[in-house]
Write a protein that binds this ligand. Structure first.
Ligand SMILES: [Zn+2]
Length: 382
């Protein structure tokens, strides 16, 4: 896979040991789960790991990338590696009803286009958010079948399962049996963007690895490698929260930021006017949006507020507000209210709200509380 945003994994030192173990075929737990935010680095890590595990001639630098095994894997066409992805239940194609196999060609193009894929983009490609996109019980039966086959290359047999959080209950239970009774030289590799929603009995039986957000310089370099100018790459790296897939999505679809920006403007106006009732109503309506949107709103708000601080110091070249001249807002006035202390407190509030939403705490309460805290903070005379 060569298109799309490339991140040099050898610059992420925390992963070297794990990847090396694959090359040496050592300590390969048969059930592992990679966890990252949506659009994070787990997919490239998983593919690199599998390349090393299956390569015919791995070296200290990793897989050779030229042997038949490497080439097949790069095309998601390795006979010993199988891909399970959530699809629209009940709308299977042909005999493989409910199974992801017929969707693999679409998925291959999808992953080539964005090597750090977003769950939302996949759901949309399948026909939208109104449909139930899941991994059905038929898939668990298929996984069982696949793992019992003889390995083509004589090495490991692998099943990669994207979004175990979307396994339906009976699929998860059936899969659990496979995890509990492992076969020799098999690997179940889960890639999750919502660890808390993965059924606990599966989670607890996996070796779990967390892929943290990328540092900004490595992400900015990657974005500039796509021909994006430095100042924009910087802004995208910030807004994406270090998740490369998010940065690419925002670059391609600036309009995705319009709504969170407008919500931010509304929210700050209500805070400034001390309109408590309207602020609570705002929190309530935001809480009805999908959780991903709420998280994005908090991330965008956090970036906007730190941009305002930089604006106050005259250190801002390219603010998000300048991308949307039609959104009526005078950032300079708000910038005047944000000093370092207040900015630090604001960021703490936003980060703790984000953590609460990630932990599935009731959004209505989290967002109402956030509004109240903001009102208190801006009402204090400094
Ligand atoms: Zn190779």
């Amino acid at each position: 896979m060569s298109a799309g945003l490339q991140i040099p994994l050898n610059k992420l030192p925390e992963w070297s040991l794990w990847l090396d173990q694959a090359a040496q075929r050592e300590r390969i737990p048969h059930a592992q789960m990679l966890v990252c935010e949506d659009g994070g680095i787990a997919w490239p890590l998983a593919l690199d790991y599998l390349h090393r595990l299956l390569c015919a001639a791995p070296s200290a630098l990793g897989a050779c990338k030229t042997c038949p095994s490497c080439i097949q894997l790069a095309n998601l066409a390795h006979p010993d590696v199988h891909w399970i992805i959530p699809v629209v239940g009940g709308e299977g194609r042909g005999d493989d009803e409910d199974s992801s196999a017929p969707f693999l060609a679409d998925f291959r193009r999808f992953l080539l286009d964005n090597p750090q894929p977003l769950a939302n983009d996949w759901v949309e490609l399948l026909g939208g958010k109104q449909k139930v996109v899941q991994i059905s019980v038929k898939e668990s039966a298929r996984i069982q079948r696949l793992l019992s086959l003889k390995s083509h290359g004589g090495g490991f047999k692998v099943v990669v399962i994207w979004m175990p959080e979307r396994l339906n209950d009976s699929a998860a239970n059936k899969l659990l049996k496979l995890i509990e009774e492992p076969q020799d030289r098999t690997l179940l590799l889960f890639i999750s963007h919502d660890e808390q929603s993965v059924i606990a009995t599966i989670r607890s039986r996996c070796q779990v690895h967390y892929a943290r957000p990328l540092g900004s310089s490595i992400l900015i370099d990657g974005l500039m490698g796509l021909g994006i100018p430095a100042d924009q790459a910087e802004l995208l790296a910030e807004l994406s929260g270090g998740q490369p897939g998010q940065a690419v999505m925002l670059h391609r679809n600036r309009d995705a930021l319009r709504e969170p920006l407008q919500w931010f403007v509304t929210f700050m106006r209500l805070v400034y006017k001390k309109d408590l009732l309207a602020l609570l109503a705002f929190a309530e309506s935001l809480a009805k949006e999908p959780r991903e949107q709420q998280k994005q709103w908090i991330q965008v708000s956090a970036q906007l507020l730190s941009q305002l601080l930089r604006m106050r110091h005259g250190a801002l070249k390219n603010s998000l507000f300048s991308w949307f001249p039609d959104v009526s807002f005078q950032p300079e006035a708000l910038a005047g209210l944000i000093d370092e202390t207040r900015h630090r407190e604001i960021q703490d509030l936003l980060q703790s709200a984000l953590a609460d939403i990630q932990r599935n705490i009731n959004s209505r309460i989290v967002l109402s509380d956030l509004g109240l805290q903001f009102m208190r903070l801006f009402a204090e005379r400094r």
